[in-house]
Design a protein around this ligand. Sequence first.
Ligand code: C2E
Ligand code: CA
Ligand code: CA
Length: 640
Amino acid sequence: MDLAKNENKNQPKFETEKAYCSYLEAKWVDDVEDLMTEVGQGYFELLVESLSRLFDADRVFIASFDLDYQYGTTVADFNEGQACDKYDFFVPGTAYADIGRRQSVIIADKLQQFYLQQESLRGYTSIIGRPVLDENGSSIGMIVVLTKQPLPWIDAVNGILDLCLGRIENEMLPLYKARQLNEMNHQLLRELAQSNQLKEELSRLAYTDRVTNLPNREAFLVELKVIGDMGSYWIGLLGIDFFKSVNGSIGLEYGDQLLRAIGQRLGELPIPKLKVFKWTGDEFMVLGFAASETEIGQQLEACARAFDAPYDIHGSPVKITRSTGATPLARHETIDSAVKAVNAALHKAKIRGGNRTELVRESMVAVDTEFFHVHSMMQEGIRQSQFTPYYQPIFDPKSEKFIGYEALMRWIGSNGQSVFMPDQFIPIAERSGLIVDLGKEMIGTAVRNLHEWDLLHGSGRELSINLSSLQFHDQSLVPDVDTILSQFDIDPGMIKFEITESLFIHDGDYVLEKLQDIRSLGCRLSLDDFGTGYSSLAYLQRYPFDQIKIDKCFIDDVIESTKSRALIKAVRILSADLGMNLVAEGVETEQQADCLTAIGVDYLQGYYFSRPMPPEQIDRTYADDWRTLHDPAQNGMELR
Ligand code: C2E
Ligand code: CA
Ligand code: CA
């Protein structure tokens, strides 16, 4: 390769590189004057044009890279004597990928040998490509000079590019950053939109039957949870007789069409509150609301009639028969047993030849033995008054005194020795509805205990009582509490009901009314297990609570976790703003107590102060100085 030979057409010939260099520099000084006044895009456009003239190059362009060096975009491009529009090009595998990796590409001749595959370099003989770097040294773009003739004095050309690069970098950086930000925003928005769409789609799919678009079994279970008190509801399972052979004779596709038509008919029945769910392949579940067994019969009859009328499938009438099992939910202890029962009834109807309705009889209910065992023991326990509150003191760190107790239910076994904890029996009490009677009894006993202590040691103790969802929704709760309070002549303001967020999946106005009813008795309200639900903050503003109890899980790691501390501090500020007091439960160590006191939590409760104790013992202890409670000898009543 003969570099000494200058073959450029329109330029004076130079004997030495030095001479060429002086020529370039002198000419460049003139151009720089004009370039000085230009900024941004204008600067780039003028620069590529000037350089292309100066070097007598066939093409000079400046381009920027995208974030992952997949695409480049020309910023200014002077090609064959003309300014060209911007365009995007693919980077990987080209000379530009090397520039993206912060390398300069400088080839004076026979460029083709180096980048055989690169179509866009075809026809050129030499290249100078220099990366444009950002302040961290990453390549954000490039300036490229291409000539069809060999470039004999390539170092001289490169030297001029050196002079330009600082300014190019300064001009490109803000443009690049703006673009980068834009790209990142777009990417983020795209991801967000996708993930929201995906989430919606997934949850829709999870609760919807694919063929009929009806809500499915999962949706049925959710619906029942939302209903809560199921006393007036009934369920019916409708199954197509011989669906397999129906499918076989009309074809699978028309089988799906038939299922959709059935779903639609049932869904359009003019029965208030009736809901239709797709059950298994050929079965539909209806959930209805009726005031009497007669009304259930009427609604079921309407469903069956709708089901039975011929269907128009592919222009011809299709007649099917169905079997039905139905039952009022009030007959069953659990949803599970109700569903098992209608299933059994449906299959019995099918066995008997189909096209009939079987109503559930007691004998069909499959027995959940453990449940019934505990349940009947509990009924016996209630008769024998084996359920009793234990009391756990709530401590005021400011006055260093106990201000009152939380009543926690215990089941003392028939031997008088074993103590069963709430997690062993409350779930069964809730499933069976026994919690309503049990809870009423607890409220009665606790209020009576409070009254006795008031008489013995003077009044002023507060009493917190837990309410479960079923109790809360029980119509007789408010009148019952009213009666109990008046029996014992207790200041209702001393009674606080603790409820958890799980109640709030019900209709908000209804909950608000219920809460207001309780408050209108003069009693107070505490939001228990705060922080474990989904939207606790929203509830605080909506509902009239007097107190927030931060859940134990935040107290457990209050020493180690800045996150938990930050949450407690935030809730502290919020509760003060809303005029509520703040309680920390599950305080187990002195360190936790000190930390929570320093944050400004109003009251503390936990094993560190005292375990829950039976009424007689708490009474004895309460009369003494609170400090004796720290003595484990007097404090070890309850071991789990
Ligand atoms: P809860 O209302 O969150 O009650 C606090 C639970 O934490 C109690 O458990 C208490 O004994 C326990 N606890 C208190 N301090 C500490 C501590 O420092 N460390 C630890 N590890 N635990 C502590 P318990 O008595 O087993 O009650 C469990 C749940 O049963 C209660 O949770 C409440 O939801 C329910 N419950 C208890 N009594 C009744 C009642 O009379 N009616 C209703 N509906 N539910 C009740
Ligand atoms: Ca509680
Ligand atoms: Ca709690």
